[in-house]
Structures are given as structure tokens and as C-alpha cells.
Write a protein that binds this ligand. Sequence first.
Ligand code: SF4
Length: 345
Amino acid sequence: MNFSNLLIKWYLQNKRDLPWRNTTNPYPIWLSEIMLQQTRVAQGMPYFMSFTTAFPTVFDLAEANEEQVLKLWQGLGYYSRARNLHKTAQHIAQELSGVFPDNYNDLLKLKGVGEYTAAAIASFSYNEAVAVVDGNVFRVLSRYFDMDTDIAQASAKKEFAALAFELMPKDNPATFNQAIMEFGALQCVPKSPNCGICVFNESCAALQKNKVDQLPVKSKKLKVRNRYFNYLVLEDETGNTLIQKRTDKGIWHNLYEFPLIETEKEEDFDTITALIQKDFSNQYEIMSMLEYNEKSIIHKLSHQHLHIKFWKVKIEGTIENGIDRETLRTFPFPIVIHNFIEKDL
Ligand code: SF4
């Protein structure tokens, strides 16, 4: 049996029953593909369920306000995906009468839809013969065919897409694409795959050459930037606090946070106290300060490690535009701040 037939046979026997698989409706397929980028299925599933419950159709999502969308997305990370999702829903609802483009090239024109997502929707919804290439596909093909192409290079995608296309039965692209991704997710996993039980263990080149743990080749190492965030949890005499919206491009765009003092390195209590006095004493009469967490919380993003401290700053009088704790909880926050609010406030 050839590679594709064996792969599809494996898939039909082993596939997970996932809600976005039992449909050709592009809306839930698109939602799931955007949500599952950089996210495991188990983590993404509750988000998919709450999105489809809150916004059963693309019109419902289009009509939501951005804060509602970000609130539901809270914890999934890569928030630009949520903002693009929302904008794209509005575009489809308003400009395209709620109808998704029905082919790869037109899908690619949608905001936030890259080659991978366009290929997934085109094949799963419309059975268009176009190959998906994600991390699973890179891994499965590079191992099975012993390809040492560096997958960090831009040209790798073309090479793997061409090979996947060649292998794909053109009358069944949806199943082939699903199968190869599922095989990478469940069987040919990144670390220590169980090759002993693999359906390909007699033909897999990497296994025969004892190179499974060396493939795929990925050269580029991300340079991680360390940042030091000191969040000021102001509290006035009525118990109100202050938050602000992050309007800068970059991490957490349009999410909320407490007033922030960013420093070049981790600073001690006295230095932060002096900085708070300097930045805030002309606006507020500061009564007392203390650290919520003595040790910084390390929050890891793909390119940045954030070292986060929360500071309790008691203020005399009342804060202009201050909000109470109940209202505070309705805003969308980065998950690290959300967790702090839930646990420590
Ligand atoms: S034999 Fe091992 S490395 Fe090869 S395809 Fe199967 S799980 Fe992957």
C-alpha cells in the first residue's frame, strides 16, 4: 500500500472526534484553524466551544464588540489573531453577505488568513486540491522521506507543499490533509515517537537510518528578550483601582493592564518605590506601598520573557476614572494579569 493510502487508512481508524471535523461549513473550520495555531487541541477546545456558543454564525461574531471577543480569547495568547478574526468576520458579514470565499486564492486575501489556513479551509470546506503545510506536515514528511531541508528557511514551505501535493489523492484532498496533520499530532510526535507501532515502520527512511530525533532540521533559534514589568495596583479610599488599555502595537494590543513601570532589569523595593513616587506623586498622594509577589512571575511569550511584579499602592482620596473590582473583572486582560486578579485581588 502506498504512503497516502496507508496514511488515510490509519486516519480513519485513529482520528479524534473533533467538532470542527464533522462539518464542511467554513465558519467553524476557520475559527478552529485560527484558534489552533500555536495551540494544542486540548487547550483550544474550550475556546472553540465558547466562541461557537457566543457567536454561532459569522454575523454574530461580526456584531460583537472587540472587547467581548478579546475577553473570550483571554488566555489563548497571540491576541492579534483574535483582532484579525473579528475584523475578518465583519468583512465577510458586511462585504461578502456572510459567504466565505470558496477557493484558496480568495481565502488568502482575508485578513489573518495565511497559506496554511487558506489551504485548510479550501480543502476541508470545498475539497480543493491544495496541500496544507504546518509543523506536523514538516515533521512527518521530513522523517518519512529523510529530508534534511531546514524548515526555518522560507523556501522549505514550497518544497514540502509540492511533495504533499504530489502525494495527495486529488479526489480526496480534505481527508489527506486531515490525515497527515493528525498523524503528526498523534503518532509521529516531536519527541520520542513510538515507531515500534507505526504503520510506516517498514518504509520510514528516518527510522531505517536512525535519524528520527534529528528531523526535521530547524536552524533558526529565536532570540529571547527579557523585559521587566512592574504593575501598580492602585487602590483609593473607596477601594477603586485604575486600568489602562495597551494601545501600542506589539504584545497585548488593545488588552487592559494596570499602570506600568517597565525597567531595564529587576529592581528592588527601594528603586521601584522611588520610581512610583517620581511618576505618580504629582497626581496622587501615596499612602503606602507593598509588593504582592516578592519573586517575579515569569511569563514566557514566543520572543519575550516577561518578569512581572505587582505592587499595591494605596492612594489618598479617590482616583479619577477609578473602577471597582466587579467592573474590573469584565475587561479583557492578558492571562497573567487575569490570573493575578482572580487569585490575589
Ligand atoms: S516510523 Fe517513527 S518517525 Fe517514521 S513516520 Fe512512523 S512515527 Fe514517524
